[in-house]
Design a protein. Structure first.
Lengths: 285, 272
């Protein structure tokens, strides 16, 4: 049976997106769900706000604060989508025990995982918009909507979401062989990017060896391009030498390598899991 | 049927054993439980470095990062645990076993404490060494006392949550998620809680980690007292009260929710 046509794959994405959305939102009434979707991102942003205010004595109309705030807001995609895609393996395998049916269904797992992550992307998009609006209205961060570089923002977002999807698939591959309860792994991997990509500070303050790591991660360039698109400038001395075009080019090249690496890891772990009969294992502890 | 004390002690040990031994069963957890949490904490350290904050703040973050392990355990391995147990069929077994349900909760709490301490200890030790934290402990006795009281109160809160989440389905998962970042904020995991303002900080003191962290910072750092929220002895008193309160409240909450679950037929209903 042939199931690799674009139409079939798009149908897989559409249906798994709907499934992901239903699983995310069916548990509560829409109002409660909306509150839930808002409180977490706002709280996450406020942690940084208070850290900043404790040290600076309450000044939030500065460029550095805007730099930190915007980076943190967009980084929500990394946490949520990464978790959304990789956790599918555990959820379907251990909780709902449906992964064996997904495996034998005439669909490609990649598209299924991507679709399931789409629900998280939609929810996170609302959260990011709310967090930025909160920053502009309440904290008066200097963002001028009339001066935002929208084409750069759009292209960067699309590439960024692809990067996060590749990372999610990579982690999903690892999850096939790990036990139940390993959400710490996702949290930790997201933490590596949070640390190394300069999500909440310019990468210049990192130790030199960590800056090398930072420069090979496509998410570093993604965050820099987003900040340039929204704030119109860069505060990172290291990255300020690159033009937007150069940054985009570096991001695309590193993304291509990441995509190949992600594919290799997923295929390898999937192969091992099939070989040793661990696709539908239940760890239960 | 009234179960004897010895059987309940065995139940506590048995439930704690599962939690401790599970930590040794997965080699991948060694990294995910020790090195990876430190990385997120390090990111917050670099925020303070970017802001040229006083050195004490680095110590505050490392301590907060270490203590976050206990909060994560309380949320995911205590509060949401009965939900997991229900999904995998263990809750039915707990219900028919001739033991007090409180023994199960106590076993989960004590095992969870050991399990979380590995993570917390690693973050604390590695963080202190890597970032060269300059401690200035002024009273080891009270520092230890406040840590222990904080843990008892915290795991008491976990037992209370666990009871409340007993009959809930998927919303338990989301409810627990909702308590993560907001509590990091309200308890001042990465900044002195005093900066939230008196009213908000006092309200947040219902979460044992708020006063626990504040007290430990006051006792472990040279300028900790300057940035402290309440008098240290008062904080110890409040934490002692919270220990008793949460323990008693969890006992009654457990009884209430178990009865409610039985009446509505949702106690062991899976995949809600």
């Amino acid at each position: 049976m042939k199931y690799s046509s674009i139409k079939d794959n798009l149908r897989t994405i559409k249906l798994s997106s709907w499934l992901g959305w239903a699983m995310e939102s069916n548990w509560a009434d829409p109002f409660l769900f909306a509150i839930y979707s808002v409180i977490r991102p706002i709280a996450s942003s406020l942690i940084l706000v208070f850290m900043y205010m404790v040290v600076t004595g309450g000044k939030t109309k500065t460029e550095l604060f805007a730099y930190i705030y915007i980076g943190n807001a967009f980084f929500m995609y990394v946490y949520n989508v990464l978790f959304g895609i990789s956790w599918v393996i555990h959820e379907d395998r251990e909780h709902y025990q449906t992964i064996k049916y997904i495996y034998i269904a005439p669909i490609r797992m990649y598209y299924y995982l991507f679709g399931r992550g789409t629900a998280k992307m939609i929810i996170t998009t609302f959260a990011v918009i709310i967090a930025i609006a909160f920053g502009m209205v309440i904290l008066k961060i200097p963002v001028d909507l009339g001066k935002v570089n929208y084409p750069l923002l759009l292209v960067s977002m699309l590439v960024g979401l692809f990067i996060i999807t590749c990372l999610g698939v990579l982690l999903a591959g690892v999850m096939i062989l790990t036990a139940h309860h390993s959400w710490y792994l996702t949290e930790g991997i997201a933490g590596i990017f949070f640390l190394a990509c300069g999500a909440i500070y310019p990468i210049d303050i990192l130790p030199i060896w960590l800056q090398y790591l930072s420069k090979i991660l496509p998410l570093t360039y993604w965050l820099e391009l987003l900040r340039r698109a929204v704030l119109g400038k860069s505060l990172s001395v290291t990255l300020s030498y690159y033009s937007n075009f150069q940054l985009m080019l570096i991001m695309l090249v590193t993304t291509a390598f990441l995509a190949m690496f992600s594919h290799y890891i997923y295929r390898t772990f999937d192969h091992i899991a099939r070989r040793y009969g661990r696709i539908d294992q239940l760890t239960n502890y | 049927m009234k179960t004897d004390f010895k059987t309940n002690i065995k139940a506590i040990i048995a439930r704690a054993y599962v939690r401790v031994v599970a930590g040794n069963r997965e080699p991948s957890w060694v990294i995910s439980e020790t090195v990876l949490p430190l990385i997120s904490t390090a990111a917050f350290v670099y925020v303070y470095k970017a802001l040229n904050a006083p050195e004490e703040f680095t110590g505050f973050v490392v301590l907060g990062g270490a203590m976050s392990a206990y909060w994560m355990t309380v949320l995911w391995s205590m509060a949401a645990q009965f939900y997991w147990e229900k999904e995998i069929g263990n809750l039915d077994l707990y219900m028919i076993a001739p033991i007090s349900r409180m023994s199960i909760l106590l076993g989960m709490a004590s095992g969870g404490f050991v399990y979380a301490s590995v993570r917390a200890g690693s973050v604390f030790l590695l963080g202190s060494l890597i970032f060269k934290i300059d401690f200035g402990v002024i009273d080891f006795g009270r520092l230890f006392l406040i840590f222990i009281l904080c843990q008892f109160a915290l795991f008491g809160l976990g037992m209370l949550f666990s009871s409340l989440f007993m009959i809930y389905g998927r919303e338990a998962w989301h409810g627990v998620s909702l308590f993560q970042e907001p509590v990091y904020l309200l308890s001042g995991f990465y900044f002195p809680v005093k900066s939230l303002g008196f009213t908000l900080a006092l309200t947040a003191s219902l979460i044992p980690l708020t006063l626990g962290l504040d007290g430990m910072r006051q006792l472990a750092f040279k300028k900790g007292v300057e940035m402290g929220f309440l008098n240290i002895n008062l904080e110890i008193g409040i934490l002692a009260f919270l220990c008793v309160f949460f323990m008693v409240a969890s006992h009654y909450a457990l009884q209430f929710m178990e009865n409610l679950g039985k009446k509505t037929g949702r106690l062991t209903l899976r995949w809600q």
